[in-house]
Design a protein around this ligand. Structure first.
Ligand SMILES: [Fe+2]
Ligand SMILES: [Fe+2]
Length: 235
């Protein structure tokens, strides 16, 4: 089944300036390596990439926390939003590690990538927080794209639609008979939310009104949270 409706909510934020184009190209460059390494091993891809995805929220949250202490100024709620993003991404990892067991090579790769990505992201955040959030916005666009492909493979029967792990049913409140497909649908909705939050922060740091793209897959709570982000002051 190749139904274009799979991609209807894969909303792209067009780069508007130099930082945007830089962030977009950087993410496309990184995607090239991920595609070459993982090819169609979606479960393994998810395990390794979620170990990376859970880093920026924690770094951003920490940086805003320190900024709030330094300037003795309110954070307008952004610290919690970013720390919640990091926790949510870590739950994606805890879920996928039950679905695909990482190989020794992948565990080694995770170690190397964590050192490099953590340091590079921290430096980028210190140099240009707006570019850092833009990079994450585009990383999340790619995550939505990859999980959309994963859904297609499940529907095509190329990937077995196994039972959802218990940890995922508990975390997302899925029914007892939930499957891998149900898990990928809710995780993809989370990625859409992170995409909007990070593009919104980048917009605000560029002194622009933030352009939120709501999607029907997002839960009502996630949509409310995005509306709150839209109305907040810049971090
Ligand atoms: Fe994720
Ligand atoms: Fe993500």
């Amino acid at each position: 089944m190749t139904d274009n409706s799979y991609f209807k909510n894969n909303t792209h934020h067009k780069p508007q300036n130099f930082q945007g184009r830089f962030a977009y190209r950087l993410v496309k460059f990184m995607r090239f390596f991920a595609d070459a390494f993982f090819a169609k091993r979606y479960g393994h891809r998810a395990v390794v990439l979620e170990t990376v995805a859970a880093v920026p929220g924690m770094v951003g949250g920490m940086m805003l926390h320190l900024k709030s202490l330094r300037r003795m100024e309110d954070d307008h709620g952004w610290i919690h939003t970013l720390l919640a993003e990091a926790e949510n991404e870590r739950m994606h990892l805890m879920t996928f590690v039950k679905i695909a067991k990482p190989t020794k090579l992948e565990r080694f790769l995770v170690l190397m990538v964590q050192v490099i990505f953590y340091v590079m992201y921290l430096i980028l955040y210190m140099v240009s927080a707006k570019t850092a959030h833009r990079v994450v916005g585009y990383l999340e666009e790619e995550a939505v794209h990859s999980y959309t492909e994963y859904l297609q493979r499940i529907d095509d029967g190329e990937v077995e639609n196994i039972a959802a792990p218990k940890i995922a049913k508990d975390y997302w409140g899925l029914p007892e008979d939930a499957t891998l497909r149900d898990v990928v649908v809710v995780i993809r909705a989370d990625e859409m939310t992170h995409r909007e939050v990070n593009h919104c922060i980048a917009d605000k740091l560029e002194n622009k009104a933030c352009d939120i793209h709501l999607a029907e897959e997002m839960s009502p709570d996630a949509q409310d949270e995005l509306r709150v982000c839209e109305s907040r002051e810049a971090p």
